[in-house]
Design a protein around this ligand. Sequence first.
Ligand code: SAH
Ligand code: SF4
Length: 363
Amino acid sequence: MATDVKSLTREELELQFKDWGQPAYRVTQLLEWLYVRHATDWDAMTNLPKNLRDQLRGHFSLQNLELVRKQGSHDTTQKFLWKLADGQYIESVLIPANPALYGEASDRHTLCISTQVGCAYGCKFCASGLDGWKRNLLPNEIVEQILAAERTAAKPQTPDAKPPPRLVDNIVVMGMGEPLANYDHLLKALKILNAPWGGGIGARKITVSTSGLVPQIRKLADEPLQFRLAISLHGATDEVRNRIMPVNKKYPLKELAAACQDYQGKKGRMITFEYILIAGVNDSIEQTKPLAALAKKLFAKVNLIPYNKVEGLPWERPSEDVCEKFLAALQKQKVTATLRREKGHDIDAACGQLRLKTEREAA
Ligand code: SAH
Ligand code: SF4
């Protein structure tokens, strides 16, 4: 299959265009069609000569994600289910201004994106891993989630109007899949989304979440781009983590903490711990002690997320009172912590749930 044009960097396109004897400004025009004007087919690129368009069509694919299902909640969080070229499904979630969590107060929209179809890591509470891992997403399939969400959510434009600024200015890589297990494609996609000629989204507005892949965290620490890092901790002792996250057997807490320290030291920025509160598993006040100790050691902020019930799994969300008390106990120990008073709870917002539902209905 041909490489998709949205998997390529500016430099790669320039080399190809040079080969074709095309001037460099044609690349600029092409990139503007792709990343500013959201063009979905070659013939829309009216300022490119017809022979160049034919050459592009013959050489690259230009894939668009197909929207198959959309859910919106009362607080206007929207969840999209996309169909890929090979018929697989993935999800993205669009969350309006959510300043307290991952970005600064100027947030417009955060998009939560997927990096794999399914997930191989099999965390016991998660819908994404229930049917195992199918495949890695290609760079263009990661990039396209932002463009497709913008096309779907944006107000209709007149053809000649000046394109509006990006709707999505914050990305969290917390959808389906383990991003660091698809490292090369993820990095390429994030470079394209970050580049001024591409998405133009600042690296500090991009958060990568991982269940704790130690070698890749260390690798990411050595990348020049300053992405934010979130660790899906969900337990502050090996005992709790081993019970719900198989990855902890391979990379126990001590090794994970050392890799986080390395990241923190090299980047000089705050790490976030994601901590889902699951009734009777990790929500006792006792657990706040090791959690606070770890957070303080790593200068990490803690995001508490009440568990979203997944059909067919035995885990339950604790009561609001338990969640509030857990938060208060952390704060008393001088940890920076927030409690997500859930957005999108009513639309299966946790990763993988909409895909699972759709596939089970179809079966
Ligand atoms: N694989 C990566 C990124 C995707 S998961 C990771 O695990 O970090 C994104 C986040 O959603 C993770 O923190 C994950 O633990 C959490 N999550 C998964 N299922 C959930 C559920 N049912 N309720 C709440 N959060 C959930
Ligand atoms: Fe995979 Fe993350 Fe879900 Fe674990 S929580 S199964 S790593 S997507």
